[in-house]
Design a protein around this ligand. Structure first.
Ligand code: PRP
Ligand code: URA
Length: 210
């Protein structure tokens, strides 16, 4: 499998993922679980943030200690389902800006259709993490990343909850520089382009639209 994927096999993430997959889990708990898993994934996706040393005075003495070296970040959810991951990501990086890209999959062709794009004006100075719970055929992620690359950000990562091998392959071919962070690499796509075993339609389960 591609070197571009990081699968977070932490027991807490895997436990929460099982709850998320369960068809009996309602929208309220589903949203809470997406937020919690995103926080834990974001912890991994930000592991390479550079640090610098500052001086700090503790109640005991003055010492050198580390802080994040002023790296600017932006999260870009792919609407709708990506919205479910924004709060968890901002919990870890509250200073990040948030852009939005609206794409939906045409149910017949499975191709993404763009309907909205609003990105931070200074995205060229930022590290971007694109968020969307599902990487299925990869079409939505590929198009979103292409739109963002046109604005020359410093770097792009893609963070999802579940990836399919088909989508990971397509994304790695289209954007080999983009590292993918996820909680699971599932088996395959079914004939409707849904991830198996997956969790169903992420947007519908987050927003209760089915
Ligand atoms: C889902 C999901 C991804 C996309 C993944 O969105 O949230 O954006 O499908 O599929 P792909 O990898 O084959 O492109 P959907 O199109 O259902 O829209 P929604 O979030 O508005 O429900
Ligand atoms: N989009 C979803 O929400 N779920 C899938 O399994 C595939 C695409």
């Amino acid at each position: 499998m591609s070197a571009n994927i990081f699968i977070a096999d932490h027991p807490l993430i895997q436990h929460k993922l099982t709850l998320l997959r369960n068809e009996k889990t309602g929208s309220k708990q589903f949203r809470e679980l997406i937020k919690e898993i995103t926080e834990l994934l974001c912890y991994e996706a930000t592991r390479d943030l550079p640090l610098c040393e500052v001086e700090v005075t503790t109640p005991i003495c003055t010492t050198k200690s580390k802080v994040v070296a002023g790296r600017k970040m932006a999260f870009v959810p792919i609407l709708r389902a990506g919205l479910g991951m924004v709060d968890g990501a901002l919990e870890l990086v509250p200073a990040a800006k948030v852009g939005h890209i609206g794409l939906y999959r045409d149910p017949e062709t499975l191709k993404p259709v763009e309907y909205y794009c609003k990105l931070p004006h200074d995205i060229h100075e930022r590290e971007v993490i694109v968020v969307d719970p599902m990487l299925a055929t990869g079409g939505s992620a590929i198009d979103a990343i292409t739109l963002i690359k046109a604005r020359s950000p410093l770097h792009i990562k893609f963070m999802c909850i579940i990836a399919a091998p088909e989508g990971l392959r397509a994304l790695s071919e289209a954007h080999p520089d983009v590292q993918v962070y996820c909680a699971s690499l599932d088996s395959h796509l079914n004939e409707h382009g849904y991830i198996v075993p997956g969790l169903g339609d992420a947007g519908d389960r987050i927003f209760g639209t089915k």
